[in-house]
Design a protein around this ligand. Structure first.
Ligand SMILES: [Zn+2]
Length: 458
């Protein structure tokens, strides 16, 4: 779900970085980045009144700018009879209409602010198999601030440029197991060779470089952790301080396995290409806290039935503060969450609206013919029955048909699969057909992101 400059595919990044490795780090950090990073150090200790005041001021500036410079908002606000001066805080924000991907796609040119030079903007293309790509733009400021937000999160766990093992979608175009980037001190594992046969090799790389940090896709570090725990090496590998995960939904069973393997905090965050909302996982509260300097986040109660009637799924609606070139106000992200509470007191201090679970995108939900939506979180309980596997995926083909794909390991017993199917039917209803398929591998998209649950119904 999260992309930042740091995470460009290696093929795009390497030529630049080799040049950069001879330039001292402080010269690369722009003044704008520095100023914003300083601001974030100060705002971190603000009380809730101060934060609210900041958000209101940012909202007023954004709405005024949008009305004066962005044709879409000028037309929409006029049509709705909205007086920009009346939008003073997040309560007033609710008077503005919601927008979504379709509206932005159909009116793309009208969203570009006229006081920005079109040629200097960065085009962003959101990929994905379930919907057509959405092109929009951001600016250098958006990127500088993004890096500053992430640096603040990482620094909390002691990171200041030490070595980091990277298990993300990095493809190195040869058979090497890894590549070391001396500038960033990144040890990039070649995901083309990421499989159980090379895990001993990765253990050797850890011993050789002794990196204190890992950044990873949850699915990759999870499989590696399972291997470590299976070999009886739990908490005996490396000297790690923290593990940062992003880009995919993190399941509790993955977090548990990773913590068992490494015994350190596993931090993940919620973000998206549009950069309107950012949440960070807090290990003390075991919740995701909304980062208030990033934008205003609203949670829209969705009519879809949640699997647990007492918990309601809500959709994240974002209004970002950091992109004036292509401002998105009240944008429906189609990402679903289970709320923990508004203004929840964090155990490390500060009031946050907080999220218990990031349930995923609509394409990750199993849908029944009765119109019930089952989040990956709940469906994943069925995976508990399967212990001996190398990889797994649930694919919903139609309302009545699901394939459960398992890449078995040598200890796999077919009864594990049958128990999982029985549990899935308990959750989803017995009128759904579930086929067990043992496969050699799970096909992944080029960037190696992994989804445990894929639904082709929308
Ligand atoms: Zn907390």
């Amino acid at each position: 779900m999260k992309h930042s400059l740091k995470e460009l595919p290696i093929s795009l990044k390497m030529p630049l970085l080799y040049t950069a490795s001879i330039i001292p780090k402080n010269l690369l950090e722009s003044k704008e980045y520095q100023e914003f990073r300083n601001f974030l150090s100060i705002s971190e200790s603000w009380d809730s009144n101060h934060i609210e005041e900041f958000q209101s001021k940012q909202l007023q500036l954004l709405v005024k700018h949008a009305y004066e410079n962005v044709l879409f908002y000028k037309e929409t606000f006029d049509a709705y009879g909205i007086n920009v001066g009346d939008i003073k805080d997040k309560r007033d924000l609710k008077r503005l209409p919601l927008i979504d991907k379709k509206i932005v796609q159909e009116n793309r040119e009208k969203f570009i602010a006229k006081n920005f030079n079109y040629k200097k903007l960065t085009p962003i293309n959101t990929g994905g198999t379930t919907s057509s790509p959405l092109h929009f733009f951001n600016t250098k400021t958006t990127n500088n601030r993004e890096v500053a937000f992430f640096d603040r999160i990482w620094e909390k766990y002691g990171y200041n440029g030490q070595r980091c093992l990277v298990m993300r979608g990095n493809i190195v175009n040869d058979d090497k197991l890894f590549q070391y980037n001396p500038f960033r001190k990144h040890i990039l594992i070649n995901t083309r060779n990421f499989n159980v046969n090379n895990f001993d090799g990765i253990l050797e790389v850890i011993e050789r470089y002794n990196p204190p940090y890992i950044q990873a896709y949850p699915s990759l570090i999870y499989l590696f952790s399972k291997y470590i725990n299976g070999k009886g090496l739990s908490r005996k590998v490396g000297n790690f301080k923290a593990i940062f995960c992003s880009s995919e939904k993190m399941y509790q069973f993955q977090r548990d396995e990773i913590i068992e393997a490494f015994g350190v905090n596993v931090i993940d965050y919620y973000g998206h290409n549009e950069r309107l909302a950012l949440m960070e996982y807090c290990p003390k509260c075991q919740l995701y806290h909304v980062i208030p300097e990033y934008g205003i986040v609203e949670f829209l109660n969705n009519k879809r039935k949640s699997e647990n009637k007492e918990e309601h799924l809500s959709e994240i609606v974002g209004t970002g503060f950091n992109n004036y070139a292509f401002p998105l106000i009240r944008y429906k992200t189609s990402d679903m969450v289970t709320l923990a509470g508004e203004n929840l007191q964090c155990k490390s201090g500060g009031l946050y609206s907080s999220v218990k679970e990031i349930d995923g995108r609509s394409g990750d939900f199993i849908v029944t013919v009765r119109g019930e939506y089952y989040s990956p979180t709940v469906v994943s309980f069925a995976f508990d029955y399967i212990k001996n596997f190398n990889d797994m995926q649930l694919i919903q083909k139609s309302y009545s048909h699901i394939d459960l794909l398992i890449v078995p390991n040598e200890f796999f017993n077919i009864s594990e699969g049958h128990l999982a199917i029985k549990e899935l039917k308990n959750i989803l209803g017995s009128d759904i057909n579930i086929n067990l398929k043992l496969v050699d591998q799970i096909d992944k998209p080029l960037n190696s992101k992994h989804r445990f649950i894929v639904s082709n119904i929308h």
